[in-house]
Write a protein that binds this ligand. Sequence first.
Ligand code: FEO
Length: 174
Amino acid sequence: MLSKRMQEALNAQVNAEFWSAYLYLSMSMHFESEGYKGIANWFAIQFKEEQDHATIFMNYINSMDGKVTLAPIDKVDTSWNSILHAYEETLRHEKVVTGLINNLYSIAVEENDYATQSMLKWFIDEQIEEEETARDYIDALKKIGDHGYGLYMFDKELAARVYTTPAPLANTAE
Ligand code: FEO
């Protein structure tokens, strides 16, 4: 059973995950229009992953006999000055999400909610990976600078990214 406070915080996270999904979809569309298909692919997979995160939270609320309440999704930016700028924004955003997940965990501790603490552990690990990836790409992009061939190769590398179902949804996927 979720406390009212915990349920409200988890529902707020559902909205934050959908906002993240919308942000990355917007980035994907932006780079598609700029001719960077690999980067567009990377952000399109990020879009799917964020929807997965929202689904994991919704499934969890439901399995705890709670109620999912969906709220409007705020608008997102629609253009970025450069690929580096987009990844800097990605890292900045993921740090915010890490803070949100940590805050959820603090609430779960205060509420003596061990089930939610356990569920959140996957997200704590996931955020380490999310931040590390963005940081690695920022480092690479700083080295590349405005070098056209470097950006071409970077785009090619990101075209190879494939979507995989995250572990918490693996059992529910067909
Ligand atoms: Fe849902 Fe990128 O964290």
